[in-house]
Design a protein around this ligand. Structure first.
Ligand code: F6R
Length: 363
């Protein structure tokens, strides 16, 4: 049932405020702690966290790495499951391994989990399907409570994965004493505001639809982001190529001049994801290098960023202001809407893109 939407993907994008609110209700206690299933997780007993997944779930891990490292000062290793499982890395004592999977059945992720388990690591997972192999094989499985996701391109599962990982990073910070009470309260409040902000963020849909008509003409599209926004650039590029079949690549903004800038000309739209945060000026200077070479920039930012850096761009999409820590969750919305409307403009099969399956149970 598409609930009046043209595609499951559109329905699932629109559902995000509601499912995020449900996940928040599940994990945030009124006392300002994070409720975890028994026996809980002792973050003071681990010195390292390994995050492993595939595809979009892997990009959620990429964002979470910034959160765990910056807020909880916990070193994080991330890897795609298909590499992790065959690399057979040493898993040090006092470490936990966390596996992120919407379906809970991805073959590579499950095999990576079993490897880490064999090495004696504590096994955590963040799953949507709680009756799944990955959930069953974990010491603790954290549900994301996104509800059934039917569209092959992951949307609400991604933002719910981020929400759970963000809450977990805050809990790790609280236990490890790397955050003071006021900061913790502010970031928790930021999480609570997310459903409302995503709801506001969804109002950019008409603009995304208009810009997408331009994107649909392109053969190649680049995405740029820095810091916490780099994984969002990766996710934007994946979503776009998956359903619109347009070749899209993402780069960390600082890598641009180490090669990819050679691709830039007036035919290549460059989508820059840059909330006005501590790295904004750096990203903007990379963006200006693109514009100086005739590149057509779509800047996705907030009102402040638009005021400072909007001039000379091809298009600007403006999102509400948000706690910079949680910006990756909000900026998933334009990544989804641009991919969706570009695919619709091209007339591709949005919910069932060619060559892809919802659950990849063979390697
Ligand atoms: C992209 C997408 C895939 C999945 C990946 C992992 O939109 O849906 O990249 O994220 O196949 O799947 P799960 O999360 O089920 O392990």
């Amino acid at each position: 049932d598409k609930a009046g939407h043209k595609h499951f993907m559109a329905k699932e994008i629109a559902e995000q405020p509601r499912v995020l609110a449900a996940a928040l209700g599940h994990y945030l206690t009124p006392e300002g702690t994070i409720a975890l299933p028994e026996p809980g997780i002792d973050f003071t007993a681990i010195d390292r966290l390994t995050l492993v997944a595939c595809g979009t779930a892997f990009y959620a891990c990429n964002v979470a790495k910034y959160w765990f490292e910056q807020v909880a000062r916990l070193p994080v290793e991330i890897d795609v499951a298909s590499e992790f499982r065959y690399r057979e890395p040493p898993v040090p004592a006092r470490s936990a391994a966390l596996f992120v999977s919407q379906s809970g059945e991805t073959a590579d992720t499950l095999a990576a989990l079993r490897y880490a388990k064999g090495q004696g690591a504590q096994i955590l997972s963040v799953v949507n399907v709680t009756e799944s192999s990955i959930a069953r094989d974990s010491d603790i499985a954290l549900p994301i409570l996104a509800g059934a996701e039917i569209g092959v391109a992951s949307t609400k599962a991604f933002t719910c994965q981020l929400l759970v990982l963000g809450a977990l990073a805050l809990e790790a910070a609280r236990q490890r004493g790397t955050i003071d009470e006021a900061e913790l309260a502010a970031h928790l409040q930021g999480l609570r505001e997310l459903p409302g902000l995503i709801d506001q963020g969804l109002s950019i849909e008409a603009e995304c639809q208009r810009v997408s008509r331009g994107l649909a003409e392109a053969r190649d599209i680049l995405f740029l982001g820095r810091g916490r926004m780099y994984p969002l650039a990766l996710e934007g590029a994946l979503k776009l190529k998956e359903i619109s079949y347009i070749h899209a690549e993402a780069y960390a903004s600082g890598e641009l001049k180490h090669g990819p800038i050679a691709l830039v000309d007036e035919h290549v739209p460059v989508i820059v994801m840059a909330p006005h945060d501590e790295l904004f000026d750096k990203t903007v200077s990379n963006m200006q290098e693109v514009m100086a070479r005739g590149g057509k920039v779509l800047l996705i930012t907030d009102a402040k960023g638009a005021r400072i850096a909007g001039e000379g761009t091809w298009e600007v999409i403006t999102l509400p202001e948000i706690d910079p820590l949680w910006a990756p969750i909000l900026y998933a919305v334009p990544a989804q809407l641009l991919a969706y409307h570009t695919a619709v403009a091209k007339g591709t099969d949005v919910d069932q893109p060619r060559n892809l399956a919802k659950s990849v149970t063979v390697e």
